[in-house]
Design a protein around this ligand. Structure first.
Ligand SMILES: NC(=O)c1ccc[n+]([C@@H]2O[C@H](COP(=O)([O-])OP(=O)(O)OC[C@H]3O[C@@H](n4cnc5c(N)ncnc54)[C@H](O)[C@@H]3O)[C@@H](O)[C@H]2O)c1
Ligand SMILES: [Zn+2]
Length: 366
């Protein structure tokens, strides 16, 4: 028997802005696209060299039935190609294919493809519609929701971008079966983070269902991704343009980003976030907000999903220095996210550099 999919509406100012559809296959993609009024419209599927060979044909077939023409633009896989040069190539393709304002883009891939396609959609002809079809765990629970799009500029990550909401987020969870293990673990860091900042029961549920999740059992993935999408959705609904509440999603990211940069992006984003979450939990413990056994439980949770809480040798002073250039600064003070308790995070503007250095030392010591 076919398992039922789920639909989560994302609202903006009370109105449904777009829907997140969670399915086990691509069967309902055509229907979802048609509801946006794709008939008679062209669509360009943007994908990468890893995802294309696996899922492009299935997606192309579904979209051909509901669009007048389907074109494909394939990008080399990897963060290195999330650049303005790649966007330029995509603009050229759209111009040569005579894409106009009513035509659409579809991002088929992980966060790199989603961010880049979304940015092209935000800027081509001052903005055209786009669909997210996220294929990594990270993109399904995080980057495909909320409308943040962008590309890297030289060594500056996500330096150029725009807020541009997708018209539909369609996820086929079965594509996660082909995701490399380390990529799967990387996505788990954001999921554990969701539990830590918003829902203690969910955090415990993740630990209780660890085996099923690691074996990627469809029902466990469905429940998990639905809950994480709800958490992300609720946060971005309250704060679509990152003025307040959305900052909570940066839990673990201030130190995490600095580590990511200093490791020259050799460690995956989720791995750095895991260590960053451990550092933030450590600071929460130091401030007497959580007790030591809770700190241990949090670190153990990341480790049980093959994520590191220690990052090996890097100079703590350099990590601190790098956090200063982070975008999370406000009037010279860092907006640091701490845990009030598991399941409840808050933004603190009083964390000192000495406190941060202490936490950084803790994750960099052997
Ligand atoms: N917009 C946002 O709000 C937001 C939030 C978080 C992260 N991001 C961005 O997301 C990007 C990271 O995304 P990511 O982790 O998905 O990386 P990614 O897009 O590079 O994908 C990771 C790798 O997995 C491959 N892949 C994707 N789906 C697959 C599948 N189903 N089977 C096999 N291989 C598959 C890809 O080809 C790639 O090699 C970063 O650029 C980051 O800045 C954006
Ligand atoms: Zn992240």
């Amino acid at each position: 028997m076919k398992k039922e999919g789920r639909t989560l509406p994302v609202r903006r100012e009370g109105e449904i802005c777009y829907e997140i559809r969670l399915e086990q296959d691509f069967e309902k993609l055509a229907e979802g696209a048609a509801e946006l009024g794709t008939e008679g419209r062209k669509i360009c599927i943007v994908t990468d060299t890893h995802v294309g060979p696996l899922y492009l044909e299935a997606v192309r077939e579904r979209l051909s039935g509901v669009c007048s023409r389907v074109t494909v633009y394939t990008i080399e896989a990897g963060e290195d190609y999330k650049t303005l040069d790649t966007v330029r190539g995509l603009y050229e393709h759209l111009i040569l294919e005579h894409f106009d304002r009513r035509d659409l883009l579809a991002a088929l891939g992980g966060g790199v493809i989603g961010d880049l396609t979304g940015f092209a959609a935000a800027t081509y002809l001052r903005g055209i519609s786009f669909i997210q079809i996220p294929t990594t765990l990270l993109s399904q629970v995080d980057s495909s929701i909320g409308g943040k799009t962008g590309v890297d500029f030289d060594s500056y990550k996500n330096m150029v971008g725009a807020f541009h909401m997708p018209r539909l987020v369609y996820m086929n969870l079965s594509v996660l079966q082909t995701l490399p293990e380390r990529q799967f673990a990387s996505g788990m860091a954001e999921i554990l983070k969701h539990g830590l900042i918003k829902n203690a029961d969910y955090f415990q549920w993740l630990l209780d269902h660890r085996q099923d999740i690691l074996e990627r059992k469809p029902e466990a993935l469905m429940q998990m991704i639905e809950e994480s999408c709800k958490i992300k959705r609720d946060v971005v609904e309250k704060d679509p343009t990152e003025q307040g509440e959305r900052a909570l999603l940066n839990f673990g990211h201030t130190i995490g980003h600095a580590v990511e940069k200093l490791k020259n992006f050799q460690m995956y984003h989720g791995e750095c976030v895991a260590a960053g979450c451990a550092a933030a939990a450590y600071l929460s413990w130091k401030r007497g907000l959580i007790d030591e056994s809770e700190l241990d439980r949090i670190c153990g949770a990341f480790q049980s999903f093959s994520l590191p809480v220690k990052v090996g040798r890097i100079d703590p002073a350099k990590v601190l220095e790098t956090t200063r250039s982070d975008k999370k600064m406000e009037a010279g003070r860092i907006k640091f996210v701490l845990l009030q308790r598991t399941g409840c995070a808050f933004v603190d503007r009083t964390v000192t550099e000495a406190e941060m250095l202490d936490a950084i030392k803790w994750i960099t010591e052997e």
